[in-house]
Design a binder for this molecule. Sequence first.
Ligand code: NDP
Length: 252
Amino acid sequence: TGTPLEGRVAVVTGASSGIGEATAERLAQLGAKVALLARRKDRLEAAAERIAGGGGAALALPTDVTDRAAVLAAADRVTADLGPVDLVFANAGVQLISQIGDLKVEDWSAQIDLNIKGVMNTIEAFVRSLELVAAEGRPADLITTSSIAATRVLEKFSVYSGTKAYLSHLTRLLRTELGRKMVRVSTVEPGMVDTELPDHVTDPDATRLMADLLRQIDCLQSEDVAETVAFIASVPRHVNLTEITILPTAQA
Ligand code: NDP
């Protein structure tokens, strides 16, 4: 059918740009009601309006996911306005690559706080709902955005790759507990996607390297990853696509 996600209630973090924004739009097109979380209110509201304009249901909830109380408050709002959440896409992340010897400790913390703690805050806020929905016999999904950086050995990527390796392994570990409760746990590991991600890097050499790579290859678009996330959530309930690597064809 054209609406495989009809009746689903989704939460997408990092929904104000890039992969999260595209995924929120795609999930809504496929029939899900979607709550959009990120910090930039204007961008979230614009995305929610676009979704509503296309006939979908969206709720913009400006939220800093590193703030535990804020995520819990957002969860209460989603449940009250859209109903129990059955699809969580914990996607918000930042990549601030640099040499470890440069001691960019604030960049280290920012990555750990968002890519790891932000995801754990999101899990805290929604895992009970996923378990309850699954117990009722309906599909329930916890999906994260890891990266090929989780397994590749790249200079300047140590802290970022560490956070993504955490997420990929977390998926395997959570499945031992949530799988038997029929909650699916999945992670997407993309290669180069054309988003705002490199814009935040504070190391000028690393910024240049990323920009060059983006120019050299026909890299992924956010919509490509969005389609993958939608597919993970659309397969039959007894099927759990656990780790999906998605690369631009020309990226080695
Ligand atoms: P973007 O920078 O476009 O998206 C990042 C999103 O995270 C934005 O919506 C941003 O919104 C949000 N965000 C940042 N800080 C916070 C915060 N404290 N609280 C809530 N939301 C926050 O990049 P991408 O779309 O590329 O990144 C999405 C995910 O994909 C990340 O986890 C990234 O590591 C991963 N990834 C990206 C790849 C790529 O090549 N682009 C490759 C592999 C993985 P706001 O600033 O409004 O809060």
